[in-house]
Design a protein. Sequence first.
Length: 159
Amino acid sequence: MKFLTKRHMLFLGMASLAASTLGLPSWAQSRKHVVEMLNKAPDSNERQVFNPPVLQIEVGDSVLFEATDRGHNAESNSDMIPEGSAPWKSKIGEDFEVKFDVPGVYGYHCTPHRSAGMVGLVMVGQVSEDELEIASSVRHRSKAKSRYADYFEIAKSLI
């Protein structure tokens, strides 16, 4: 599966280059990542998706949930966020940015399309297999269940 568009890869590469060129300390090099909210995946027949569905970021980075297609939002799963982190919920059809200051595994979904499997994961900082196991033990219904199973396999391959 291909999830990052050339535009997003270029943006991420330029942001990283700019931070390193300016000689900023590591704590000042937080990045903004983009997750598109889509009716259809760009490279498959999957419908109601976040692109990319799994992100691995550093503590202090931000994620812009981009309302690329209408009718979507991003909302944290109350039972899939690290202790001490704040839940979030965007308005439908609007871009929304979340800064991740607490390390761990975050599960999120599109409120109107959760049962259709519109879910995603953000891994912040150095995530352990135990943390992934705990997050993956949360029960889900409908298509969200199978999508999360796939996304946790992707997440395991990243750590």
